[in-house]
Write a protein that binds this ligand. Structure first.
Ligand SMILES: [Ca+2]
Ligand SMILES: [Ca+2]
Length: 378
């Protein structure tokens, strides 16, 4: 008796959804409702979040330079040398990575502002060991130093350990016009290094260069890389901020020039990808047009059936636009379309997207106080 009634109800609701859906979206029912809960509260400008064993989460806060551990409803500050982190403007304690072999080696990585010996600042990548009680870190080594910094503007800095075990570092151009096209500086690049030693990855395009900095470069010609994500097919993608137009999502090709060259001075009226430069500049796979959304961190949605049409899309957090945009690309990397779920437009500025092992997404807010790590699932 109950089953036919239930079936009729489902059919009726299904029809209603189709009838009331806006005409611009051909397949509304294919996108499930997203459920959003606040997993961690009371944060100040969290920049990145990564999962640790036992359901724990590790969070960096940019300007407070705190490393925060969350577990089952409670959070506490990990003992960490915050005073050794230089923070100014957009730079501070930023990208975070957890070693794939964390359970045995306890290694984590941060990208952070630093104080140069003899004065001045830089952005650097540091390897740490987190103790067995998750209460303190010990510095193991600085893997990459000397990523340029000026006022703190365009400090990057996203970390990613792809499936083959290298460490990728997405850097900003430090608002210096010549940095992105110069192979003699680490600014405006995606770097690729050995995650234990900081040595250049053997397959890097300029690994035989006389300039030790060039050996670390995977791609160049970037403005401010704040998103790095590996697709299930192994391809690597970056997300970066445009000036007044054209945030970009790029598919990274070894040795590729992504075309940012804001000279003379720091002339931000030039295109994000300037094809008139000598040689080949690789066009973005997606660009925002005008105005920018201020795209930051990104992660690919997994294959869980509950995600429906979101499966395999790139979820990109946007600061200025205060949303997560889901971008669809075909297997050749061509942009097919985008979806902005209304469920993720109510939380102000959003900085990063991290996919958990079960497919849930973590999204950090960036409003300056009362910030949260949101957990998103269908
Ligand atoms: Ca570009
Ligand atoms: Ca050209």
């Amino acid at each position: 008796m109950r089953r036919p009634v239930l079936l009729a109800l489902v059919l009726t609701l299904g029809s209603l959804v189709v009838l009331t859906a806006p005409g611009s979206d051909a397949r509304p029912a294919a996108y499930p409702q997203l459920r959003v809960t606040a997993q961690v509260r009371g944060l100040t400008q969290p920049w990145d979040v990564k999962p640790l064993p036992g359901g724990r989460l590790l969070v960096t806060e940019r300007a407070t330079r705190r490393l925060i551990l969350w577990r089952a409803g409670g959070k506490r500050v990990v003992r960490f040398p915050s005073a050794s982190v230089w923070s100014s403007g957009e730079t501070g304690l930023m990208g975070l990575a957890v070693d794939p072999a964390f359970t045995s080696n306890r290694r984590i990585y941060t990208c952070q502002g630093g104080f140069r010996t003899g004065g001045g600042h830089d952005v650097r990548v540091v390897a740490w060991r987190l103790n067995s009680t998750y209460t303190a870190v010990r510095r193991l080594r600085t893997l990459v130093a000397g990523i340029p910094a000026t006022t703190g503007r365009h400090g990057g800095c996203r970390l990613l350990i792809p499936s083959y075990g290298a460490l990728l570092v997405g850097t900003g151009d430090a608002a210096i016009g010549t940095n992105a096209q110069s192979l003699g500086t680490l600014g405006g690049k995606v770097l690729r290094v050995n995650r234990f030693t900081g040595a250049p990855w053997p397959g890097n395009p300029f690994v035989r260069s006389a300039n030790p900095r060039a050996r670390l470069i995977l791609t160049y010609g970037h403005r401010n890389v704040q998103g790095l994500a590996q697709r299930a097919d192994g391809s690597l993608w970056s997300v970066e901020h445009g000036p007044d137009r054209d945030d970009e999502v790029n598919r990274l090709v070894r040795g590729g020039n992504y075309g940012w060259n804001p000279v003379p001075g720091y002339n931000e009226s030039v295109p994000m990808t300037d094809q008139s430069l000598p040689g080949t500049q690789i066009a973005a796979r997606w660009r925002s047009g005008f105005p920018t959304l201020a795209t930051s961190g990104a992660s690919w949605v997994g294959t869980g059936a509950a995600w429906g049409s979101y499966r395999g899309m790139l979820a990109v957090a946007a600061l200025k636009a205060g949303r997560v945009v889901f971008l669809r690309f075909d297997s050749a990397g061509r942009f097919l379309g985008m979806r902005t779920p209304p469920e993720l437009t109510r939380y102000g500025r959003l900085r990063s997207v991290t996919r958990l092992g079960n497919g849930d997404l973590l999204v950090t807010t960036a409003n300056g106080s009362g910030d949260r790590v949101l957990r998103v699932h269908p």
